[in-house]
Design a protein around this ligand. Sequence first.
Ligand SMILES: [Zn+2]
Length: 340
Amino acid sequence: MSLEPDQRYSRQLLFSGIGTEGQQRLAIARVAIVGCGATGSALASLLARAGVGTIRIIDRDYVEPSNLQRQSLFDESDAAEALPKAIAAARKIAAFNSQIVVDPHVADLTPSNIAALLEGAQLILDGTDNFETRYLINDFAVQQALPWIYTAAVGSYGVTMNIIPGKTACLACIFPEPPRGLLETCETAGVLNTAVNWAASVAASEALKLLVGAEDRLRQSLLSFDLWSNQHGEVTAAHPRGGCHACDERKFLHLAGKDRPQVTLCGRNSVQIHERARAVDLAEMSKRLKPHGAVRYNDFVLKFWHEPYEMTLFPDGRAIIKGTTDTTVARSLYARYVGS
Ligand SMILES: [Zn+2]
């Protein structure tokens, strides 16, 4: 089946805010989505269906059964195979829109790879689950004068803000330190898929405005909505804050940060190890690990069960070790079975 763009996007072409010219702009647009969990999946799905021409998806994680309640691009077979989310997302998008380019990267965004991973993107979308990565994106976006859209959801609450460097406030203008209320994670407070989709829908709409050149329609505020209590809030973010260390003083502390050797993931009883820049041959590693526990692997990921731990190893040498939040334990497990 070949679908002409006129057919595929007919309902969007009829919408006066987009029309033929807007659709052509979307077709040549290049965006990067950092993190492809719940909000990232929803953002990627909406923008891919809307015809954004090139979508780079960067995610460090793999699909698990507990993701399926809200991460709309994944299905049970992705979870059974523990496919990396970036790969699973690219496959799913290709099934509903094969006429756009999706460029998946299974990687953790760090100060040392951010320039390469975000190269060429005209807009960055936030699908992350942590402030550390958001501050890193903010530093890079402000330094490079690239727009980005902050998006988060936890519990029944969603929040989003457009950051247009040089025009609006940046993330560090509003939150010089990570906000307290948002430190609840999806692990501790749970999350409704409706809160995720609310935040992603608002953010994706802003992305479409930006990409078609409707800058005058962009919202200039930090917008939040609690779908359970019906409380909503809006804080103006129309102007940069004097004294902001990022956009006023241009001190990019997060971008200058050294490579983080290990990161404890979002309250998930797991530790990420990222200390080897050396590639790992998963087939070879599987043979080596077999005497020590159950092993399964595919082209993208290897899983190794060694009670009470579960290790997921990626071809770039990165590993996620589940069953501990102790970085020393995780590190020694990694050193013992993968190498130091
Ligand atoms: Zn700022």
